[in-house]
Design a protein around this ligand. Sequence first.
Ligand code: EPU
Length: 419
Amino acid sequence: MKGAKNLVTKAMVAALLADTPSELRSVPEISDVRVVRGLLEIHGVAVETLGDTMRLDPANVESAHETSINAHAGSSRIPILFCGPLLHRLGEAFIPDLGGCHIGDRPIDYHLEVLRNFGAVVDKLPTGIRMTAPDGLHGAKVTLPYPSVGATEQVLLTATRAKGRTELSNAAVEPEILDLIAILQKMGAEIQVDTDRTIRIEGVDHLVGYSHTALFDRNEAASWACAALATGGDIFVGGARQQEMTTFLNVYRKVGGAFEIEDDGIRFWHPGGDLKPVVVETDVHPGFMTDWQQPLVVALAKAKGISIVHETVYEQRFGFTEALVDMGATIQIHTECLGSHACRFGQRNYQHSAVIAGPVSLRGADIVVPDLRGGFSHLVAALTAEGESRISNVGIIARGYERFIEKLQVLGADFRVDG
Ligand code: EPU
């Protein structure tokens, strides 16, 4: 397994901040990386790859044509993170309509507010968003309404080269963010993370290129772990590390899964016997990640008893369960907060708590993949089901799972790819 999608794509953007080339290792071949590469290239960054190493040279950064930028509209959420670096380099930025998975509204209000705090002038156009920084960007005091991963990264990528000091309160501290901070530190940034999730950044005039091996993808690791559990299999996930996954591993063990930590990865398997139900709440780090719940739900459909998953990060992340219900799973989605604490979605009629009753045997079905993580869970469900399933729109899965078809083949999955 290679580096994390949710770090690699941001590390690529960080290369824009430097005057000299950067080298990023363990870059996965996924479509989100291709989208970010395309956007960097149209802005004059020379990108070369050799195996899983990517070299990014920002010496000739230039403005891109709106039409070339818009060719990337709807394909990823990362373009919003180009704003700070482009404003520093060029004094202006244009970003297209964003994409990403449809798992809720996914607004960008925090991002825009952050950028305005730094002195950006934001102009929303029908085709995208144009930004300028007539007086340059200056440090700011920012408090996020929610510890958003993207908005925290926005602050980091903007503040490191802004004039003066930035103080970010209520920041997210996901391992991918700490790895991005490590990269920025290598580049010459001055960033301090306090125990109360306040991040302090002292702006610097110049940054140099970095050389870095990306953090492993803990979302991909959790997905394969759940695949092993749901299918009664045994999977060694090379490159997975315990430290960033302790919360997941606790739940995995509670459900009845077994794992063994090795120096070069983690082995996950179903040790036999009944799987046990659990109550899980998704949360920001160090909580149970929202990207872990979808494949886990498939395993929970096979557990003996009633499980509850309370999704507190995204308001609409149970759309994927409809296909599981079609396959015979007993899953009810509720608007109430069914976890131990009320979340910000409880009073707002969002379908954000799932009750899963098991064990059930799933049967094959026709499924159209709705989003990245949901799509992977559908693959797993289809592999456990009796009879054939037809899964379409699997291209979405390639956004975040490198060579998943080959990996499934190696694992002995029985499937055929048409078209
Ligand atoms: N939010 C706002 N306004 C904003 C930004 C976020 O209201 O301007 C809300 C979101 O709607 C959501 C919550 O804040 O309810 C958290 O969103 P966050 O900003 O933390 O998420 P993100 O940065 O857009 C990243 C990952 C997601 C992952 C989340 C949570 C990337 C490219 N995406 O999204 O990964 O689920 O953090 O850890 O890093 C995936 O990999 O499939 C994926 C969706």
